[in-house]
Design a protein around this ligand. Structure first.
Ligand SMILES: *Cc1c(COP(=O)(O)O)cnc(C)c1O
Length: 382
């Protein structure tokens, strides 16, 4: 199997050089826009590209207001701050995620509670969320608290794994019933839609990442999607040191963050946004080719849920057993095709090992069987 897979990928990318999981593509106005910022001297946190980039994202996602930040983790941190998460609160999320989701809530002084992911989306499972709340939470006048510790349960953060949208309507229903805020970790899902609406725009806040390995990149960067203009204005304010506008006085009305995206990075982002549609078309074609390749094998290619249109950010396969997974990892990496196991589950990391958690059987199954495979746009696919 590994042999056929390696030659299939090499044929696709038409190269004998090492094939990474996800490399950025700069084929448009990137050089020109970045040079413009340098020539204008406005390379830092004031400049027209930051506003333009936020506008691009607002139009593309349909969010009320987008606030660009230095990275996706900062966007999540700002979103949690805005949603009113406080020290000692519990925030429910998936154990199957990239560590940034948990770091952001940890830096608010909150504690994670892990629930299982769904086989439909590989993201937070609405049924598992409901079971966890039924078992451990009690609804008080001021919202749900943990039955035993009395800690406030403030928010739920589903993550759209590899770009595949979670079951949003079901999650929204559970969050509404239990009066908890929904914040979407949409770091991986720029260009992914749930029943026609862009991911990250369903919750009170959504956070997208533009790290170098994501669908588009700003070098490093992120953005907070805000549901209302008012929330957007406040988010902008707290991510800009909470400085009250004045021609020369320095007055800050709360302890803010210095999280604004520099103009230099936003210039790159504006050029990348012009190519986003082409990247996604290309990646969706690539996914079809992988689906076809694996269809006659024991390896299950991960496809978008039927309610969604996914950006197919990172392609993945579920191996028939743990040994075949280890063999695939070893042989493909040794032969110039990068593959990676999925992240270690969050409760295995030292800082989250004592976290609250429900049953995580499906997350554990995925942890042992899933492999990510090369997913950059392919030149020959246009
Ligand atoms: C990439 C990513 C982030 C964080 O993004 P950075 O820009 O690297 O800080 C957060 N959550 C998930 C699930 C991610 O994949």
């Amino acid at each position: 199997m590994t042999k056929q897979f390696v030659s299939f990928v090499k044929d696709l990318y038409q190269t004998n050089e090492f094939i990474p999981l996800h490399a950025p593509t700069f084929a448009g106005n990137e050089q020109q826009y970045v040079a413009e910022t340098i020539n204008s001297t406005f390379v830092s946190s004031v400049g027209k590209f930051v506003d333009d980039f936020e506008n691009h994202i607002e139009i593309y996602t349909g969010t009320a207001k987008a606030v660009a930040t230095v990275n996706g983790t900062a966007a999540l941190h700002a979103a949690l701050y805005m949603a009113g998460v406080k020290a000692n609160d519990i925030v429910i999320t998936q154990a199957l995620t990239f560590v940034a989701t948990c770091n952001a809530l940890h830096h608010m002084g909150a504690q994670p509670a892990f629930v299982d992911v769904s086989p439909i989306s590989l993201g937070l499972c609405p049924k598992a969320l409901e079971l966890f709340l039924d078992e451990y939470a009690v609804l008080t006048e001021t919202g749900p608290v943990h039955k035993a510790t009395k800690q406030r349960i403030k928010a739920v953060i589903p993550m759209h794994t590899f770009g595949h949208p979670v079951e949003l309507h079901e999650l929204i229903a559970v969050c509404a019933k239990w009066q908890v805020s929904l914040i979407e970790d949409a770091a991986e899902s720029l260009g992914s839609f749930y029943k026609g609406q862009h991911t990250g725009t369903f919750g009170d806040y959504g956070a997208i990442s533009f790290n170098g390995n994501k669908v588009i990149t700003t070098g490093g960067g992120g953005i907070v999607l805000c549901k209302t203009l008012d929330a957007g204005k406040r988010t902008k304010h707290v991510t800009t040191t909470a400085k009250v506008p004045h021609p020369y006085e320095f007055y800050h009305d709360e302890a803010g963050f210095n999280y604004r995206m520099p103009n230099l990075n936003a210039a790159l982002g504006c050029a990348q946004m012009e190519s986003l549609g082409a990247f996604i078309d290309n990646k969706r074609k690539l996914a079809l080719m992988y689906a076809d390749f694996f269809s006659s094998s024991a390896y299950k290619f991960v496809t978008e849920p039927d309610y969604a249109k996914s950006n197919y950010w990172l392609n993945a396969i579920i191996c028939p057993d743990h040994q075949s997974r280890e063999a695939l990892l070893k042989n493909s990496n040794a032969n110039g095709v990068m593959t990676r196991p999925i992240w270690k589950l969050m409760h295995r990391l030292p800082m989250f090992k004592n976290a609250f958690r429900g049953d995580l059987s499906y997350s554990e199954f995925i942890e042992r069987h899933l492999v990510n495979i090369p997913s950059s746009p392919v030149k020959s696919l246009g």
